[in-house]
Design a protein around this ligand. Structure first.
Ligand code: S3P
Length: 425
């Protein structure tokens, strides 16, 4: 896929459903009693992996395109699958499902694609084992494939060294089946979609500061869910609208949960012209339309508690920083090294190839903005966020940018390129 410098972007874009919330709606619907009807479900490959895993465990799930109907089996109604559970490229599926499987009365093997088999799973193996789960990394390398044998679980209070919603959610899901109150404390709060949705399904979940607390459940109960647009999928449009001179975009129905909205704070800190309109609620999650106008940006420092609220948007923010006046410093973001690719390394390599002045640090990047970018051949390494990020960089650079493996955007945003092209007509 090739990109060149864009004329102003104009119009509206409807962002697909939130990936994190789509995963959770199917998972929690599967272990609830009754029917969960999900509208605006993300039809990305990752969420389809979640559907397929629960279908293999005997849950009736009907996927009608935009909407999905889950006829749940109840908290103790999952069946032993005949085959390995394949989570594809999805870290969320792999880690959250492991929390559920730790408490079942069967054993199962969970794995995924090449990228998943390199991603760290010790972060869930350790706390779930402390709860009594039996989880073996089959290659003894702390990664998938994982063989999980369900066991009766004990409640724990776990201090997670990394703020990670995947780790927190895996523990909370295991906590549904434990013998008492389970607590997870993080240094900074990670996205709280599990807590919000589990509570709406009838679980006893609460938060005290940076600690999430869950009590074992008798049953969860299915419900109707409308998934908000994914702010991570809105990020390329935010950036393109800000960076391509003369642009004005309306990004519709974007989830703006405060544990996810860090990019909006950073945009404002960089001097961006963004306005939130039509603020609403989608099944307990706040949403808004975002009006973006092209703006002159300046550098900023991004560190500490805001990092988990924009972790998936940092590659896009790094591109914004290249076009900002002055220096942008990103710290406390070592987690980027263990995403679908090593996003720190990939960003620094590819931005440098386009002529940016960027330095990798132990836990982030330093970007000296204001140097014009030129086109280059960019290997996405099949990381969907990298492909989308460099599509936008290509719209702002002189010459031609070619993205290799561009089709990987299907993981989180099928139709991304079409939606982007529509704004250029
Ligand atoms: C996710 C949490 C984040 C994020 C990922 C989705 C989730 O990962 O990067 O894309 O749905 O819980 P970590 O929790 O590992 O930071």
């Amino acid at each position: 896929m090739k990109f060149k410098k864009a004329s102003p972007l104009k119009g509206e874009v409807h962002i697909p459903g939130d990936k994190s919330i789509s995963h959770r709606s199917v998972m929690f619907g599967s272990i609830a009693k009754g029917t969960t009807q999900i509208s605006h479900f993300l039809q990305g490959a990752d969420c389809l992996s979640t559907i397929s895993c629960f279908q293999k465990m005997g849950v009736a799930i009907e996927n009608n395109g935009d909407s999905v109907i889950v006829r749940g089996n109840g908290l103790r109604g999952l069946k032993r699958p005949d085959t390995v559970l394949d989570c594809g490229n999805s870290g969320t599926t792999t880690r959250l499902i492991s929390g559920i499987l730790s408490a079942q009365n069967f054993d199962v093997t969970v794995t995924g694609d090449e990228s998943i088999q390199k991603r760290p799973m010790k972060r869930i193996i350790e706390p779930l084992s402390l709860m009594g789960a039996q989880i073996e990394s089959l290659r003894q390398n702390g990664c998938a494939p994982l063989h999980i044998t369900g066991r009766p679980l004990q409640a724990i209070h776990y201090h997670s060294r990394i703020p990670s919603a995947q780790v927190k959610s895996a523990i909370l899901l295991a906590g549904l089946y434990a013998d008492g109150e389970t607590r997870v404390t993080e240094d900074y709060v990670s996205r709280n979609h599990s807590e919000l949705m589990l509570r709406s399904f009838g679980a006893d979940v609460r938060c005290e500061g940076t600690t999430a607390i869950i009590r074992p459940a008798g049953e969860l109960y299915g419900k109707q869910i409308t998934v908000p647009g994914d702010i991570s999928s809105a990020a390329p449009f935010l950036a393109a609208g800000l960076l391509v001179p003369g642009s004005e975009l309306l990004i519709r129905q974007v989830g703006i949960n405060p544990t996810r909205d860090g990019i909006l704070h950073v945009c404002r800190a960089m001097g961006a012209g963004i306005t939130l309109m039509n603020e609403q609620d989608a099944s307990g999650e706040p949403t808004a339309d975002i009006l973006v106008k092209s703006s002159s940006l300046h550098g900023t420092v991004i560190e500490g508690a805001i990092i988990p609220t924009l972790i998936d948007e940092l590659p896009m923010i790094a591109v914004m920083a290249c076009f900002a006046e002055g220096t942008t410093i990103i710290k406390d973001a070592a987690e980027l090294k263990v995403k679908e690719s090593n996003r720190l390394e990939v960003m620094v390599k590819n931005l440098s190839a386009m002529g940016a002045d960027v330095t990798e640090t132990a836990d982030g990047m330093i970007i000296r903005g204001g140097k014009p970018l030129h086109g280059a051949v960019i290997d996405s390494l099949l990381d969907h966020r990298i492909a989308m990020t460099f599509a936008v960089a290509g719209l702002c650079a002189e010459g031609e940018t070619e993205i290799l493996g561009a089709e990987c955007v299907n993981i989180s945003y099928p139709g991304f390129y079409e939606d982007l092209m529509k704004l250029m007509r």
